[in-house]
Every structure is written in structure tokens, then in C-alpha cells.
Write a protein that binds this ligand. Structure first.
Ligand code: GTP
Ligand code: MG
Length: 581
């Protein structure tokens, strides 16, 4: 995996240090059985107490050195794996932030969460395991093989049969495990998705008494997760006993053949014990290898999932020198025969052949029935998405040449769905402009008709929102969202149906103060109510993704059938409200 190279470079040294201490630890383990054989064959058989004590002391010393190696290795491996995990997680987080909307749609949000949490943890655990046992196991395994072969070359023929057999079992284990672990992670995605959806819609769930339905949905996802986890465990569970059986049969063969050789006087009892000791070490190291391979298979599935995110290229390109436009084009927006679909080229278009312009300083209304493509159209202006064909120009420059980051600096969007973040009101407003002064905050709040209710709150601008803080009404949130956008002092202001939760009277006041506040900026105003856009310089009428009318209210009311219909269906009650306002 390419993205792991960076961490390999960074943590390679510490990793090698851990492996060094691990080697000391393993060497200690390797020497023990041979010394043991010596004690039995020389010391005990020869009744030489001095020899037994000397060798016993040596064993103790080796154990001590091994223990020091183990502690050092433990400290290093914990530190390295923790640091690595933290860094991988924050790198991934940064990458996710840089993804285009299309990519985020593709991965799904819940899956991105699992990747950021569970998948990273899997990889982190594996790295930790790698430094703990994985390298030790092959060391022990190969070392034991060599030591055993040196001790009794004839008996090691048995090893020549047992080891490849076990190797084959481990290989099969991996082949079986990998696709199943991928499925387990996918099932976990689903559990996350259901939970996320439930939490974000908890009020609706309660209001509609859909508790049982949601519980069922969760249980379904949970059961699926269980089924898949069990399936993978079941598939894997035959391998460990099979490995155990193979090695134990090998041990049986050693005892049997060894017994015959001891009878014939070709071999000593101590050697058989040592040989069996080595064989058990081989067994245990093979078992840990297969265990770590399981971890590896899991981690590989996770690494692949993380790698997919890292590999996701932002398809948006731009030219570095995209300097900003001349003064006369500042705030100008042009759509030229724009066609767009969320699936990319070839998908079902939600915008078809749109052509119109907003001149600098103009207020352009955008109206059309729900689902007609209004939000989709304005999504193209900050380059959230790129058009499939046709050209969108801002400040007279083709968006495809512009750095989205720079582009967004000069505009502010009030999205249809208000989003505020946990934190104080002031902190939320300052999203628009980080270094805004108190005066600027108040001016923007005033223009959005939010100042009044903010000042009434016990802690004013320092009132905490969200989670444990106060919850505002829908209309109050919308007004904060407008104030946040105004604070930015943008050249282009996009208001997507942002007064839908505000009463007509307040809306009229907001619009009046907006005019005063926003002199000179281009304003794109989406609205459901015809009264909201009636006095705009220009109104664009969308129907089913197509532009069916453009002009002032007076022109449209004469010529545009769709506009007339909207007018007729609303004006009965709206006209009344308008008079009041
Ligand atoms: P209202 O906000 O209800 O007034 O509608 P709108 O005019 O803003 O419509 P919008 O642009 O949101 O939607 C136009 C079409 O695009 C609809 O058919 C939606 O189903 C579709 N659409 C909107 N958002 C998405 C999206 O994120 N992904 C996909 N695949 N389709 C979308
Ligand atoms: Mg919309």
C-alpha cells in the first residue's frame, strides 16, 4: 500500500529497535532447551551437581536478559503503534476533508466513519502485533528448526514433512479469511449507518412512534454483523486445530522414532526432551504466525479500505495562477449551456442546458417547484460539483480553472439545511470571518434580524449552542446562518431558501436590511414564496431541471406559464401577507 510508505520511513528505526530487542528475547528462548538437554544428558546422567548448578545459573542469566529485551520491546512497540495509529487517523481525517462531494457521496458517510475509527484500529493492532509476536514467531520457528536439526539430523526429517504441511494450512487460512473479513467491515459500516441515521432523526423517530421499526432495523444490521463475524470465525476455526493436530502427530512420531533410537543406543533421553521442546516451540510459533496472519488478513482488508480513501483523487483541477478578475467582472456569474447530474456524465441530468447571467451587484431570484434543481444549480457556483458539460463562469473566469478554495473565499452560502456547530454563537458566526470584531458581529447579526433574539439570550453572543447548550428554533438558526454568511462580506451571496422558517414580516425586514448591508454584492436568492423574489432585478424560473423563464416579475407574469402557475397558486394568501408587510 503506497500510503504506508511515509509511516514506514518515519517509524522504521523504532520498529527495527523493537525487532532488535525481540531478537534478544527469542534467542534466549532458543537456547533454553539445548542447555536443558545438556543438564540432563551431562549433569544428571553423570551425577555432576556442579555442572547442573553452573548450567542452571546460565539459564537464569539468559532468562533475565530475555526479560529485559521483552520489556524494552514492549515499551517501544506500544509507543510506536499508538503514535502510528494517531497519525494515520489524522492524515485520513485530513484526506477526507479534501474529498470532493462526489467522492463523499461515493464512499458514504457511515463508511468513512468506520474507516476512520475501526479500520485504523485494526491496522494499528496489527502493527503492534507485528512488533510483539510476529517477528518473534518466525525467528523462534526457524531457530528451533536449526537447533533441532543440529541436535538430531535424522529426526528432523519429520520436521520436513510437518512444516510445509502447516505452511499450506496457514496459506489456505488467509485465502479463506480475506474476503470474509472485508464483508465483516462492510457489515460494520451498515451498523454505523443505521445508528447515525437514527441519531440524526431521533425526534422524528419518536414523533412517529417508529421506535420498534428503528430497533428492528438496528437489530437487522447487528444480526448481519454477527452472522458475518461468525461466518469468518467458523471458516477460520478449522485451521488452528488442524495445525495443532499436524504438529502433535509430528511430536508423536518423534517420541516413537526417538524411543527406538534410544533403545539402539544412538540417542540420549535429554535430546529427545530438547527435540520435543523445540517442536512445541515450533508449534507455538506456527500458531502465533497463523494468529497474526489472521490479524494481517483483517488489517489487509482495513488497509485496502483506508487505501481506497487515500487513493481517491480529487478530480477537480485548477490553474495555479488563476488570479482574480478585473473590477468590472467581480461578482459576475455566467451559466452557459450547463448540464449536470449527480452521477457524473451519462447520469440522469438534474440540470439541462441552463444559460443565464447574473451581473455584478444584481439580485437574482430563483424559483421553481420542489425538486426542480434550484439547489443543484447553486451547488455548482462554489464548485461543490463540476458541470458535466457547458461552462460556469464566476468573475468572468471558467470555474474549471479556479482553485475551489480561493473561489469560496469570495462567496458565502446560506445552505437550505441550516448547519450550526457546537460552540458559542459568536464562534459559529466567526466561521464567516475568523478575526471579526464584536462590532462586525453585531452588524451582521443586525442585518440578518438575529441581533434582537441573541441579545435576549442570557449569555448573549457567548451562549453555547448544540449538544449540551441551548437549542434554537428553526427560524433563529436560519438567521444565524445568514449572519454568518454576511460576516464574510462576500462578492457573491447565495441564499438557498433561507427564510423558509421565518415569518413573512421578518423576512421582509431581513430583505430590507440585506439591501442596505450588501450594496454591490451579487445575490442569488432561492425561494419557495413568490413574494420573496418578486422584487429581484431578475427572476430565473426552473422547471424539472430546465430554465423555462427569465426576466423581471412583470415580464414573467405576462410570458412565463410556469411562473403564472406559481403566482396563481400562492398569491391568494401571499398577497394578503404582503399587504401586511
Ligand atoms: P427544493 O429544495 O425542494 O425546493 O428542490 P430543489 O429545486 O432545490 O431541488 P434539488 O436541486 O435539491 O434537486 C434536484 C434533483 O436532484 C432532485 O431530483 C433530487 O432528487 C436530485 N438530487 C438532489 N441532491 C442530490 C444528491 O445529493 N445526490 C443525488 N444523486 N441526487 C440529488
Ligand atoms: Mg433545494
Amino acid at each position: 500500500m503506497g500510503y504506508l510508505a511515509k509511516y514506514r520511513r518515519k517509524y522504521g528505526k523504532s520498529f527495527m529497535a523493537a525487532i532488535f530487542f525481540l531478537t534478544i528475547e527469542a534467542l534466549g528462548d532458543l537456547l533454553q532447551p539445548t542447555i536443558m538437554a545438556k543438564i540432563i544428558d551431562v549433569g544428571v546422567s553423570g551425577r555432576d551437581m556442579g555442572y547442573v548448578l553452573r548450567m542452571g545459573g546460565l539459564m537464569l542469566l539468559i532468562t533475565l536478559i530475555g526479560a529485559v529485551g521483552a520489556s524494552a520491546r514492549n515499551i517501544i512497540s506500544s509507543r510506536v503503534s499508538q503514535k502510528f495509529g494517531t497519525e494515520l487517523r489524522s492524515d485520513l481525517f485530513r484526506k477526507i476533508q479534501s474529498l470532493s462531494f462526489r467522492s463523499i457521496d461515493k464512499f458514504e458517510r457511515a463508511s468513512l466513519v468506520t474507516r476512520l475509527t475501526n479500520d485504523v484500529t485494526q491496522v494499528q493492532n496489527f502493527v503492534n502485533g507485528l512488533m510483539r509476536i510476529f517477528v518473534k514467531a518466525p525467528l523462534l520457528c526457524i531457530g528451533s528448526l536449526i537447533m533441532a536439526a543440529r541436535l538430531e539430523p535424522e529426526l528432523s526429517l519429520i520436521l520436513a514433512v510437518v512444516v510445509p504441511l502447516v505452511g499450506l494450512l496457514i496459506f489456505m487460512n488467509m485465502r479463506v479469511g480475506f474476503p470474509r473479513f472485508l464483508k465483516v467491515q462492510k457489515a460494520l459500516d451498515q451498523v454505523n449507518r443505521v445508528m447515525r441515521e437514527y441519531l440524526s432523526g431521533v425526534r422524528v423517530v419518536k414523533a412517529f412512534n417508529r421506535f420498534n421499526y428503528e430497533t428492528e432495523k438496528f437489530q437487522e444490521a447487528n444480526a448481519e454483523y454477527q452472522t458475518r463475524s461468525v461466518a469468518v470465525m467458523r471458516a477460520m476455526s478449522i485451521f488452528n486445530p488442524a495445525i495443532m493436530l499436524t504438529v502433535n502427530l509430528g511430536i508423536l512420531a518423534v517420541i516413537w522414532l526417538g524411543g527406538i533410537r534410544v533403545d539402539q543406543g544412538q540417542m540420549q533421553v535429554g535430546s529427545i526432551i530438547a527435540f520435543i521442546n523445540y517442536m512445541t516451540q515450533i508449534l507455538f510459533s506456527l500458531m502465533t504466525i497463523s494468529m497474526v496472519f489472521n490479524m494481517f488478513v483483517r488489517a489487509r482488508a482495513s488497509t485496502a479500505r483506508i487505501g481506497d480513501v487515500f487513493a481517491e483523487e480529487n478530480p477537480m483541477t485548477w490553474k495555479e495562477e488563476a488570479a482574480f478578475a478585473s473590477a468590472e467582472a467581480k461578482g459576475r456569474i455566467d451559466f452557459e449551456n450547463v448540464t449536470f447530474s449527480y452521477e457524473g456524465e451519462g447520469g440522469e441530468p438534474v440540470l439541462k442546458g441552463i444559460t443565464f447571467s447574473c451581473l455584478p451587484g444584481e439580485t437574482v431570484g430563483l424559483i421553481g417547484s420542489t425538486g426542480s434543481g434550484k439547489s443543484s444549480l447553486v451547488n455548482l457556483i462554489p464548485r461543490f460539483y463540476d458541470a458535466d458539460s457547458g461552462t460556469v463562469r464566476v468573475n468572468g473566469r471558467d470555474l474549471r480553472e479556479m482553485d475551489p478554495h480561493q473561489l469560496r473565499e469570495s462567496m458565502a452560502v446560506v445552505p437550505q439545511k441550516t448547519v450550526l456547530f457546537t460552540g458559542s454563537i459568536a464562534a459559529n458566526l466567526k466561521w464567516g470571518k475568523e478575526d471579526a470584531t464584536r462590532e462586525q458581529l453585531e452588524r451582521a447579526a443586525q442585518a440578518a434580524e438575529a441581533a434582537e433574539f441573541i441579545e435576549k439570550l442570557p449569555e448573549g453572543y457567548e451562549t453555547k449552542l448544540g449538544q449540551k447548550g441551548v437549542n434554537l428554533s428553526g427560524g433563529q438558526k436560519q438567521r444565524l446562518s445568514i449572519a454568518r454568511a454576511l460576516l464574510r462580506e462576500p462578492d457573491i451571496l447565495i441564499l438557498d431558501d433561507c427564510t423558509s422558517a421565518v415569518d413573512v414580516e421578518t423576512e421582509a425586514r431581513i430583505k430590507a436590511s440585506l439591501k442596505a448591508y450588501s450594496r454591490g454584492l451579487t445575490c442569488l436568492l432561492i425561494a419557495q414564496r413568490i413574494t420573496s423574489v418578486m422584487d429581484a432585478d431578475k427572476i430565473v424560473v426552473l422547471d424539472n431541471g430546465e430554465l423555462v423563464g427569465i426576466g423581471t416579475h412583470d415580464e414573467l407574469i405576462k410570458e412565463c406559464r410556469v411562473y403564472q402557475e406559481i403566482y396563481r397558486s400562492q398569491i391568494g394568501k401571499e398577497l394578503h401577507a404582503d399587504v401586511n408587510a
